[in-house]
Design a protein around this ligand. Structure first.
Ligand code: ISJ
Length: 111
């Protein structure tokens, strides 16, 4: 993979000292993004197992009570972590919607 960690629309128009400071912070952002990708991949590995288990036992793809409890917990965690709880909820719902889509697909593969 060729990744240019110095790519920026600001090159040539911004003080090089400021760009250097920006690049140092962006290096941490890159590490965090990589971690997020690996964390998400692990989460989807788990949810795929859940999807197979549900399909094998004819269980519904979604579990609204579980989701309600997760959102409530996430709100508390977000407040502790100084993260916008509304954003955290939107993000979790985005992921869960994708998981449910996978679960529906798995159950259709096994008629
Ligand atoms: C993974 C599951 O399936 C769905 C997806 C969830 C999730 O991504 O956390 C939670 C509840 C379900 O709607 C589950 O039931 O545990």
């Amino acid at each position: 993979m060729t990744y240019d960690s110095t790519a920026s629309s600001l090159t040539g128009t911004t003080d090089p000292a400021i760009l250097e400071e920006l690049l140092a912070i962006r290096s941490s952002i890159d590490n965090i993004d990589a971690t997020l990708v690996y964390l998400l991949a692990e989460r989807f590995k788990c949810t795929q197992k859940v999807g197979k288990l549900k399909a094998e036992h004819d269980l519904p793809p979604s579990d609204p009570e579980r989701e309600k409890a997760q959102i409530k917990r996430l709100h508390a965690l977000s407040q502790d972590a100084d993260l916008d709880p509304a954003f955290a909820e939107k993000f979790l719902n985005f992921i869960i919607d994708e998981v449910i889509r996978h679960h529906k697909a798995i159950s259709q593969e096994r008629p």
